[in-house]
Design a protein around this ligand. Structure first.
Ligand SMILES: Nc1ncnc2c1ncn2[C@@H]1O[C@H](COP(=O)(O)OP(=O)(O)OP(=O)(O)O)[C@@H](O)[C@H]1O
Length: 255
């Protein structure tokens, strides 16, 4: 008997074009990108500044709309949803981790983690949340406020919050941008562990090769296009690939 494995796709964009503005001043931030983010994997999006990383993440997550092409979470075409259904999809099926943590200062750690579940009006799966508290190592901080925590601890709360609703996919935008390298390493290790231990999908935007090396795969953007993918990345291999972008000859500017 032949074993066949079907790789499920948690999120994908097809022929994605995003133009900001119009006419002469229009910026083509995404220029026909097709990429899939396989379920249960940790994928990093890398590329030079202005290459379209954040735009890709925002469009794939339903935070922004495409000019043309399509974005899917699971089998759902985001372009087919009205604003209300899109908001519900983001709440119920997508988790977010941002550079700025975005915790609610008046709530405890425990309340911050369960906030998405409480906003959704249901209790969610309390056993899942309880297990997450151990994954992120915050059991002894549950009744503290965010201001009583270090930056790394605050980001760990944000990671737990992002996974609390058992989302199809967690999007992280420069999650270590505000952290020192040690706390950053902890949060990246945690994102990887949370993805693998819970079989969830993580998509992370980063400009840092060391951060990208924590992912299972790196996709590279340049000038709004997908230019490469790398399995089992190391920081050195990612850095080498990024250096190739820097030596790309430019057609404008002083010679
Ligand atoms: N709201 C906007 N209005 C106009 N142009 C925008 C807007 N957002 C992004 N852009 C432009 O789109 C292009 C891609 O931007 P994007 O932020 O996606 O790149 P990035 O790779 O995430 O960059 P960085 O690493 O610097 O954050 C850039 O040229 C940027 O100036």
């Amino acid at each position: 008997m032949t074993a066949t494995t079907t790789v499920r796709t948690a999120a994908r964009v097809v022929d994605a074009v995003k133009v900001y503005g119009s006419g002469d001043t229009g910026v083509r931030a995404l220029d026909g990108v097709s990429v899939d983010f396989p379920a249960g994997r940790f994928t990093a999006i890398m590329g030079p500044s202005g290459s379209g990383k954040s735009t890709l993440m925002h469009c794939a997550a339903g935070l922004d709309s495409l000019t043309s092409g399509a974005a899917y979470i699971g089998g759902t075409d985001l372009g087919s949803l009205d604003d209300r259904r899109l908001t519900l999809l983001r709440r119920d099926r997508v988790g977010f981790v941002f550079q700025a943590f975005n915790l609610v200062p008046t709530l405890t750690v425990a309340e911050n983690i369960t906030l998405p579940l409480d906003l959704a009006g249901g209790g969610g799966d309390r056993e899942w949340v309880d297990a997450l508290v151990d994954v992120v190592g915050l059991r002894d901080r549950l009744h503290h406020r965010p201001t009583e925590l270090s930056g790394g601890q605050q980001q760990r709360v944000a990671v737990a919050r992002a996974f609390a609703g058992q989302p199809d996919v967690v999007f992280a935008d420069e999650p270590t941008g505000n952290l020192d390298s040690r706390s950053g390493e902890e949060v990246l290790g945690l994102l990887g562990r949370a993805a693998r231990q819970t079989s969830r999908t993580v998509v992370m935007v980063t400009h840092d090769p060391v951060a990208a090396a924590h992912a299972d795969e790196v996709v590279f953007l340049a000038d709004g296009r997908l230019v490469d993918r790398m399995e089992s990345p190391t920081a050195d291999k990612v850095l080498d690939r990024m250096k190739a972008f820097e030596v790309t000859p430019r057609t404008e500017g002083p010679s």
